[in-house]
Design a protein around this ligand. Structure first.
Ligand code: ARG
Length: 286
């Protein structure tokens, strides 16, 4: 007797990729010279050439998938500038600037805002500390907003007023997952809340935030501690192709089961600074 697995059929709908535009920053000056997250170990040597080569693979992967990648010039003395996700949060051509938590990264805020201004984005200088798409994730029409380690919750209200969208505050509790994009992956779609789905690491959140996630995303992919611990969640989806850390094999399997096309990229060198695929990528929504 043929046993038709209806659940598998329901769980694997057709996924449709959509072209995106990303901003990236070549890690020419990448190193770990200070420690602002548990991943960073300034005494441990880094290999800038290796970081550049790995970053190039990510860049080439986006082009191969049909995405557009724009570049901001790296600035000497700002080794974390490669993590462009933190440079701002952009929807409908409005660029909400970043205001960094730690002095080591503060100069990046104005540098990114200058870049946005030169490209005719409507730049809004932030009133509150926030680290851009590190802590703000657009899921359908909803903005998930992280706080606890970096972005202040007051920036969440600022973003809600600025973009006229619902902002859901989520509190992070594990210092290793200090930005929301290390604990949540946005899977789809571009617009609309219907069928919008995410993947996340439950233990990264306080009880209240976890209850919100469970309620809003009952079909979410729950990733393992093992995959999350190499920043496997720090990934970029176009609705079908999901660029993830090559070592996140469990997450890779989960994505495949759901009809996504996971593509592994090795960014081990950039992991030394506490960042992965998503950290190196800022979506430009014009
Ligand atoms: N060293 C950087 C920091 O601690 C890493 C930023 C990672 N970016 C991200 N979007 N999670 O700020």
């Amino acid at each position: 007797m043929t046993n038709i697995d209806t659940e598998a059929l329901v769980a694997s709908p057709t996924r449709t990729p959509s072209p995106r535009t990303y901003l990236m920053c070549r890690p020419e000056f990448f190193t770990v010279s200070y420690k602002i997250n548990p991943w960073m170990e300034p005494t441990k040597p880094t290999d800038t050439a290796r970081a550049l080569a790995q970053w190039q693979t990510l860049y080439d992967t986006y082009l191969r998938l049909g995405h557009t990648v724009e570049l901001v010039d790296p600035i000497p003395g700002l080794p974390d500038m490669v993590y462009s996700a933190n440079g701002g949060f952009i929807i409908d051509n409005i660029a909400y600037g970043a205001s960094f938590t730690y002095p080591e990264r503060q100069a990046e805020g104005p540098a990114y805002m200058d870049w946005f201004r030169e490209r005719n984005f409507d730049v809004r200088v932030p009133e509150n500390i926030n680290e851009g798409e590190g802590d703000f994730l657009l899921v359908g029409n909803t903005i998930l907003a992280g706080t606890g380690f970096r972005s202040e919750s007051r920036s969440h209200s600022e973003v809600a007023a600025l973009f006229g969208r619902e902002v859901v505050t989520l509190s992070l509790v594990n210092p290793s997952f200090y930005h929301l994009d290390t604990a949540v992956a946005v899977l789809d779609p571009l617009t609309g809340d219907e069928n919008a789905n995410i993947a996340y690491l439950p233990s990264a959140f306080d009880a209240k935030s976890l209850a919100i996630l469970e309620d809003r995303y009952p079909d979410a992919i729950i990733v393992s501690e093992e995959d999350a611990s190499i920043l496997g969640l720090n990934s970029i989806s176009d609705g079908y192709n999901v660029v993830i850390a090559a070592r996140a094999t469990g997450f890779e399997r989960q994505l495949r089961e759901r009809g996504y096309n996971p593509i592994g990229v090795d960014l081990s060198e950039l992991l030394l600074g506490g960042g992965g695929v998503k950290c190196c990528t800022l979506e430009l929504r014009r």
